[in-house]
Design a protein around this ligand. Sequence first.
Ligand code: NAD
Length: 241
Amino acid sequence: RGKKRACEQTGVVAFGHELPADTPPQALLDLIDRLNADDAVDGILLQLPLPAHLAPQPFLERIDPAKDVDGLHPYNIGRLALKMPLARPCTPRGVMTLLSAYGIDPAGKKAVVVGASNLVGRPQALELMLARATVTVCHRATADLAAEVAGADILVVAAGVPGLIRGGWIKPGAVVIDVGINRLADGTLCGDVDFAAASARAAFITPVPGGVGPMTIASLMQNILEAAERRDPSGNVARHG
Ligand code: NAD
């Protein structure tokens, strides 16, 4: 809903293709092929997660990398890994925009990313490396998460575990970015960081909801505009958009 609303607000024409949950894999591949071939389409977004019978990777790889506005095609992840980013995954890009907007330069800082998923943690580590931080990536097999977190000048958490990061682990003065979005039994949303305790030690900390989430959507809009501009180097997109 938020993505569709942002399209309306920015003048992007969004065509939703809402398929039934039991869609056969070939039907989804065929739809992606049609969108790839349609010159009126600048960007394709495959909303994840997919139903359990559809593993996302073959579909993400089917999207034309030039129209991959989520930045999740291996070509675009590879570009980021090689320090030549084009389309950048939206959530990590949004985190970098947030840091920059608050004048926080990762260069020379110790950055710790908790979570190593293809969607968030991994590309986040690549973004922070590109910004010249010294990066540690933690995941389920990390032996001493508290000790890793305690060393972080910049901490980005994307684990999907409410309250995973205790306030007392945070280095005083650290920057804490909580990507996690968890729905509790009472229906409320919370992040992966114990916000109340962590905010007493952090210099900056993002709330959940309302912190990283809107940045993800803003980054998607940037990616769409940039994809459209690359497909139309005449500049008409920027003039009319
Ligand atoms: P995922 O389940 O694919 O990956 C979770 C990662 O966290 C894995 O690498 C796992 O090893 C690690 N992890 C899990 N438990 C851990 C633990 N106890 N200790 C250390 N590491 C642990 O999830 P994802 O798709 O990367 O999403 C992570 C969270 O971010 C979710 O809450 C999701 O809803 C949220 N999210 C938010 C946005 C946004 O726009 N704010 C976007 C994407 C995802």
